[in-house]
Write a protein that binds this ligand. Structure first.
Ligand code: TXE
Length: 485
């Protein structure tokens, strides 16, 4: 196997940086369980160094024109695309996701974000607001300062780029703390940004666990935090940001509904349910894990789904024919196996899969449950694994009510050939990202994010700009200044 040990654990001020004084971070290849690299969590000195570098670099970075910043981001996008294969192999080692996915969904998605926000950077402006007697206000769209990114482990390259691209386009600098489970890919992104011309200190990577992320967030030099992670972590990070009135974007978990009506195109609906539950071995925040199928279609739907699940290729993630890889870690595998057990105990019917595979690494056969009811744990809680719950419904009103009966609100989808109904349901869904006859597509041009407990703020699209910049009003008077005395 190729040597995946990076030059050092951290990337600060345009170069790799090591401090072996921090707790070790073993990097495990999920397909075999073998350790493939060993990094170290940041010490206080590393944290201070990264924040000092990001703070020092920020004014000059913000003083460049947007076009100049954008050019660097677009160059980074080109380099990422040129190195897509190499980046994808690394992403597969970091996460265990099959190469058939990483080749099309990770470095490429990161490149899209860098290209999109690189293109937008030159057009970020304020506005002119005319007032009485020739007075006017103009607004300046200004950077926030140093942005802290905290990442989850399912899409390390994409998560880092989705945060860095808008942050850097707006003139902020960044310290990114990847998940301790997948620390490798973000270092490569930092290398590429440097190669593309980003000045030292503009994008820094600091490794660590929750404690290091919390320490970074607590530092007054951080103006904003953007987290992708679980709802419990989101509550802690949002509270810590609030204590110092820092800006915050929260991309959290979900338990999203996918509602399939009798009149839906069966093959499309089954494909969507497969993508919405088994892509990335089910480790996607926006997955449609509560699949509500209308009574008349239920039998056919389950039959077709069970048949197609037999075609899943569970195997070596580096073989491009593989379509299902392992879970990311032993911990995540145990969580998923536990939920499957609960599903059986609570009376759901396990139609297919659900067993641990007898091989090294963290393998499980994707699970399909039928006869699931709203009160079961597998229908209420985010599992973050390949476990699909099929629930039956009769009327549209019932489907919407049950779909919305959750604290989460990340995504929701509907399959129907009645487009009037499709739009009506999209409007009724309590979710930030909704789909009609599609699922889990996240083009950079469209806002992505959650409502209710699933998040605060939006990533991607023009909407992200508002979350990575602030508006300053400048009142200009052409008149005499009046005073009461
Ligand atoms: O998340 P955690 P994990 C969610 C999903 C899944 C869970 C698992 O719900 O079950 O994440 O991922 C850092 N202060 N999503 O275990 O524990 C931690 O080091 C500051 C949703 O990684 O929430 C890591 O970098 N930071 C998702 C990050 O937070 C803290 C996509 C996330 O860790 C911290 C992927 C603290 N107190 C997973 N504690 C989506 N919505 O896109 C931990 N961290």
């Amino acid at each position: 196997m190729q040597d995946l040990q990076p030059k050092a654990s951290h990337y600060i001020d345009g170069a790799y940086h090591e401090d072996t004084g921090g707790n070790p971070i073993p990097v495990i290849y999920p397909a075999t369980g073998a350790e493939i690299a060993r990094l170290h969590a940041a010490t206080d000195a590393v944290i201070d160094r990264a924040l000092a570098a990001a703070s020092a670099a920020q004014p000059a970075w913000a003083a460049l024109t947007g076009t100049m910043r954008g050019r660097i981001l677009r160059r980074a996008a080109d380099i990422l695309r040129d190195r897509n294969h190499e980046m994808s192999v690394l992403e597969t080692h970091d996460t265990g996701k099959p190469l058939s996915e990483t080749l099309v969904a990770d470095a490429t998605s990161a490149a899209d974000a860098l290209e999109y926000f690189g293109g937008l950077a030159g057009s970020l402006t304020g506005e002119h607001i005319p007032l009485a007697d020739g007075d006017f206000v103009y607004t300046r769209r200004e950077a926030l300062g140093v942005v802290l990114g905290i990442g989850a482990w399912n899409y390390p390259t994409q998560i880092a780029a989705w945060k860095a691209a808008p942050a850097l386009a707006c003139g902020n600098t960044m310290v990114m703390k990847p998940s301790e489970t997948t620390p490798l890919c973000t270092l490569k992104l930092a290398e590429i940004l440097t190669e593309a011309g980003a000045p030292p200190g503009v994008f820094n990577v600091v490794q660590g666990y929750g404690a290091q992320a919390a320490k970074l967030l607590d530092d007054p030099r951080v103006a904003k935090v953007s987290l992708t992670g679980s709802v419990p972590t989101g509550r802690k990070v949002y509270a810590a940001a609030a204590a110092q009135l820092k800006h915050a974007t929260m991309e959290l978990g979900g338990k999203s509904p996918l509602v399939i009506f009798d009149d839906a195109d069966l093959d499309n609906a089954v494909s969507a349910a497969i993508n919405a539950n088994f892509y990335s071995t089910g480790q996607i925040c926006s997955n449609g894990t509560r699949v509500f199928v209308q009574k008349g279609l239920r039998k056919k739907f389950l039959k077709s789904l069970a048949r197609r699940m037999k075609d899943a290729v569970i195997g070596d993630p580096l073989d491009e024919a593989t379509t299902i890889g392992p879970m990311v870690s032993q911990r995540q595998l145990d969580i998923v196996l536990d939920y499957i057990e609960q599903g059986k105990v609570e009376g759901a019917t396990l139609v297919a899969g659900g067993a641990r595979l007898d091989r090294p690494g963290f393998w499980i056969a994707p699970a399909l449950f039928a006869d699931v009811t709203d009160d079961m744990a597998i229908a209420r809680e985010e599992i973050f694994g390949p476990v699909m719950s099929v629930l039956e419904f009769t009327t549209e009103e019932e489907a919407i009510r049950r779909a919305n009966a959750t604290e989460f609100g990340l995504a929701a989808g509907v399959f129907t050939s009645d487009l009037v109904r499709g739009h009506r349901i999209a409007a009724a869904f309590q979710a930030g990202t909704t789909y009609i006859n599609a699922y889990n597509l996240t083009p950079v041009e469209a806002p992505f994010g959650g409502s209710k407990a699933s998040g605060v703020g939006r990533e991607n699209s023009r909407a992200a700009i508002a979350h990575y910049s602030q508006v300053k009003s400048v009142y200009v008077s052409l008149n005499k200044t009046e005073a009461p005395f």
